[in-house]
Write a protein that binds this ligand. Structure first.
Ligand code: NAD
Length: 444
């Protein structure tokens, strides 16, 4: 099939590449010239495991190409995916200017039947708006359908190639047939392709993300309780997660959720509910808990050292909002670093993949270094913010010898309590007892 993907970011590039991998001819459109130059030079502009190999194979085979010409893409393709940004506006609702802007341009370009597929995460009713925009300029038949994307950054290729389900919101049989054909190579059974009305598909995406965010905030609240009652949140996760009704995933306490999706989607769902005169109580609480949780580790640091952190330097491990991505949008690390600097501290930071992304935050005022051990040389404490494997497998004896004092604040519970205790660290983590070591009792 001839496919166009508009927007070549985390979702668009993966979507386009994977559709090419299954034998389709794909044109990806972007208006970011820097990104296009990289793509034309054969470089993948984002870090996503497994993507480079597919990208290379399919560009070489001539099935995957890139352009800034929406007109060429619309003329070429029968199905047009919108994978455009839907960032939060100041009031927390989703900004639809990219989606509606491109819809408006497409309306002037179509000369035959097209299916316009919304892969961006958009509030309920956006499909209707896109349809209205298109209908203003054309009488040529088209279908606007909702096909929300559930891929996870860091596993995007795997998720796209083997999705647990594909949600398609449309009543059009013609569009349903095309979507079945397009997605058949990716699923074991067509039962995994769930057809529904467009509005339900739009809400499904928000409901899924809000539910996952709720699981995270719930565990962060359990962690808060654990710290007060002397229980261990890891044990509780094991005890709860083995209940198949609950499941193990998204039960990790930590520094709060971040990223390009959960924060904006949770807040957009709240805003949509408000617009329909419904106060979504649970979501309101989830957002509040998450805000406080990002600051919790800073609270632990201040409890240890006092409110004024002047004269202290911290080594931060992890800037990406989660491992296996270079994405730092809404990353808890940014909030934590900002708070530390505000309290007078200095920060040296390192991330295996996100150094280029964080470099854009010039106002942050931290020192970026090029190695995990360089970040902690002679600093007052190590702060773990992202649970990259390299940090999990760190040589803790070396960490001990490099730090000014053996002190770790671990926002991801990646170290074993007994092990860090035996090595003589003072160790703060989330929802677990604090391990105290005499050497690190602050002298200030
Ligand atoms: P992104 O910011 O990485 O990519 C968007 C791309 O669109 C950029 O490359 C940008 O240059 C391009 N663009 C903007 N305006 C354009 C225009 N007029 N013409 C052509 N290209 C244009 O965003 P993303 O993370 O890929 O997210 C896209 C959508 O998918 C969002 O709605 C997001 O919520 C949703 N989503 C994201 C993820 C994820 O993990 N990132 C997962 C599921 C759903």
């Amino acid at each position: 099939m001839k496919v166009a993907v508009i927007g070549t970011g985390y979702v668009g590039l993966v979507t386009g590449t994977c559709f090419a991998e299954s034998g389709n001819d794909v044109i990806c459109v972007d208006n970011d010239q820097e990104k296009l130059a990289k793509l034309h030079a054969g470089q993948v502009p984002i870090y996503e495991p497994g993507l480079e190999e597919l990208f290379e194979r399919n560009t070489k085979a001539g099935r995957l190409s890139f352009t800034d010409s929406l007109a060429d893409a619309v003329a070429f393709a029968q199905v047009i995916f919108l994978a455009l940004p839907t960032p939060p506006m100041e009031d927390g609702s989703a900004d639809l200017k990219y989606v509606l802007g491109v819809a408006n341009e497409i309306s002037k370009l179509i000369t035959e039947y097209k299916v316009i597929i919304n892969k961006s995460t958009v509030p309920v009713g956006t499909g209707d708006l896109v349809e209205e925009v298109l209908a203003k300029h054309t009488t040529i038949p088209f279908d606007v359908i909702s096909n929300p994307e559930f891929l996870r950054e860091g596993f995007a290729v795997k998720d796209f190639m083997r999705p647990e389900r594909v949600v398609i919101g449309t009543d059009s049989e013609k569009a349903q047939t095309l979507m079945r054909e397009l997605y058949e190579p990716f699923v074991d059974s067509l039962d995994q392709v769930l057809f529904m009305d467009r509005r339900s598909a739009e809400v499904t995406k928000y409901a899924a993300n809000a539910f996952l965010a709720t699981k995270i905030s719930f565990m962060n609240e359990i962690a808060q309780l654990c710290e007060r009652v002397g229980a261990n949140v890891d044990n509780i996760r094991r005890g709860m997660g083995t209940d198949s009704r609950i499941g193990h995933r998204f039960l990790y306490a930590g520094v709060g959720y971040g990223g390009s999706c959960f924060p904006k989607d949770v807040s957009a769902l709240f805003k949509t509910s408000r617009a329909y005169e419904y106060h979504f109580d649970i979501i309101d609480a989830v957002m509040r808990v998450n805000y406080n949780q990002k600051l919790h580790i800073v609270g632990q640091i201040k409890k240890h050292f006092g409110e004024d952190l002047t004269g202290l330097t911290f080594g931060v491990w992890g800037l990406a909002f989660k491992p296996n991505t270079d994405d730092i949008r809404e990353a808890p690390a940014i909030v934590i670093i900002r708070e530390l600097l505000k309290a007078g501290a200095k920060v040296k930071s390192y991330d295996p993949e996100a150094m280029e992304s964080i470099a854009k935050y010039t106002e942050l005022g931290h020192t970026m270094v090029d190695g995990m051990y360089t970040a902690i040389e002679g600093v007052d404490a190590l702060i773990v913010v992202t649970e990259w494997d390299a940090f999990r497998q760190a040589d803790l004896t070396k960490v001990h010898s490099l730090l000014k004092q053996p002190l770790i604040f671990d926002g991801r519970n990646i170290y074993d309590l007994e092990k860090v205790d035996a090595l003589g660290f003072t160790y703060y983590s989330i929802g677990r007892s604090v391990i105290k070591n005499e050497e690190t009792i602050p002298t200030r």
